[in-house]
Design a protein around this ligand. Structure first.
Ligand code: AMP
Ligand code: GLY
Length: 424
């Protein structure tokens, strides 16, 4: 069978490497892909949110399944587009329809959903410019720090955590009245600050049945010791040592089961991944956010630990037979360290030649922002490559990743030397 992956990051390269292990896959396509996916699949340079272009390549290449990497095509309704088209409606899309994608596309919707279905989460209220003074009053009932979230997608930048009440009021007004994050912040969720340690749990569901994938922790800040600006993610570790069986059992009972049941009660037929961002507060889970896709770089540590055939699992999602699919996880630790362009997450240069990555033999190098120019692999984004290793311990896996990184070179390479610092 021919399969298409939409996206171009490390996550999509990880999907591609895992899917080509399946003997049921004939040819794999990635749109637009990167220099890594180019080696193992056929890249097609289209924008995944251009659904007519997606349709064209699906029909031209006899594609029989589409796996959606990033959130934007899902929130824009790529799955609904397929179902509404006579030529596409029988081609499964791995990823929710618009109604399910709202769990990520609207913070207000996801908070209402959690409250309605009894999923533990921070107390909250939503405000627009029409009830700004109620927003000020609600802020006065909370203890600092204050958490303000743009309702809509804001490229990971729409959350502000502020220490002072006056700053929180000013920012709230900037968001709702002056569109600080554009249309995305015309509604703002204000919520209680959650204490604890953060981690992510990933679920694959066919709408009825589910598999809980390995947990992971990512390192979002650019600087060592978790300092400096937020990034898409500078590294990740799986499993998370502080998420023991007792905690993960609570996550399943208190979060996963009510989430899947809530989707069914609300008539949302959800087929795809749910990425649950959680706070572990003294052994009790509280949901920080839902995403409707896998994380990046979390995928680069989660998928290498899955032994089962990913395509087989996706067929289970498509045909609502996930309960009949075998699922097993490798009992090792995976670590990934992201190599980024100097300057990222602020301004950085592209087109720097990357060398040495093909000599790495004790890690997997997942390409993210890379492309091919004049037959050379060059940088093409802020996050360039994720270097993943497996080991019996976090220390062993990290040592492999850092040894491999020493072999990889490009101008102004940057990476965090302390991934996992808080766990070892
Ligand atoms: P979100 O986009 O909702 O995941 O928020 C981005 C980041 O802000 C999260 O990964 C957390 O680190 C932090 N955050 C969000 N909401 C809260 C909260 N209620 N309490 C503490 N930290 C939060
Ligand atoms: N690494 C965080 C995310 O994918 O949203």
């Amino acid at each position: 069978m021919n399969v298409l992956i939409l996206g171009s990051g490390g996550r999509e390269h990880a999907f591609a490497l895992k899917l080509i292990e399946s003997n049921k896959i004939n040819q794999l396509f990635v749109a637009p892909g990167n220099a890594g996916t180019d080696k193992i699949a056929k890249n097609i340079n289209i924008n995944p949110t251009n659904f007519t272009a997606v349709k064209k390549i699906v029909l031209e290449n006899d594609i029989k399944m589409v796996v959606v990497g990033p959130e934007a095509p899902l929130v824009d309704g790529v799955h609904d587009f397929f179902l509404a088209d006579n030529q596409l409606k029988n081609i499964p899309v791995i990823g929710p329809k618009k109604d399910g994608a709202l769990l990520e596309g609207s913070k207000d919707f996801s908070k209402q959903f959690m409250q309605k279905h009894g999923v533990p989460t921070a107390r909250y209220q939503s405000f627009t410019k029409d009830n700004l003074t109620d927003g000020f009053a609600f802020l006065e009932t909370l203890e600092p720090p204050f958490v303000l979230k743009a309702d809509g997608l804001a490229a990971g930048k729409g959350v502000l955590i502020l220490d002072s009440l006056s700053e929180a009021k000013t920012e709230l007004e900037e968001m709702v009245s002056n569109q600080k994050f554009g249309e995305a912040s015309s509604t703002v969720v204000i919520e209680e600050f959650l204490k604890g340690i953060e981690l992510s749990v990933f679920v694959l569901t066919d709408g009825i049945n589910y598999k809980i994938l390995p947990s992971a922790k990512d390192y979002k800040r650019i600087g060592e010791g978790d300092t400096g600006l937020n990034t898409g993610g500078m590294g990740a570790i799986s499993p998370v040592p502080f998420a023991d069986k007792a905690f993960l059992d609570k996550v399943e009972e208190l979060v996963v089961k009510p989430t899947i049941a809530g989707l069914q009660k609300d008539g949302i037929d959800y087929r795809g991944f749910i990425f649950i961002g959680l706070m572990n507060d003294n052994g009790n889970p509280s949901v920080v956010e839902y995403n409707v896709r896998m994380g990046d770089p979390e995928t680069e540590v989660v998928l290498p630990r899955i032994e089962s055939d990913l395509f087989d699992l996706f067929e289970g999602v498509a045909h609502q037979t996930l309960d009949q699919k075998s699922f097993s996880v490798i009992d090792k630790t995976a670590t990934t360290v992201m190599l980024v362009s100097g300057g990222y997450p602020e301004a950085y240069q592209k087109n720097k030649e990357i060398t040495g990555f093909d000599t790495v033999d004790e890690s997997i190098v997942f390409h993210a922002g890379t492309t091919i120019k004049d037959s050379k692999v060059v940088t093409n984004g802020g996050r360039v490559m994720a270097v993943t290793s497996l080991g019996d311990t976090i220390e062993e896996a990290l040592a492999k990743s850092y040894r491999s990184i020493n072999k990889i070179h490009f101008d102004k390479i940057n990476y965090r030397k302390d991934i996992g610092f808080d766990l070892v």
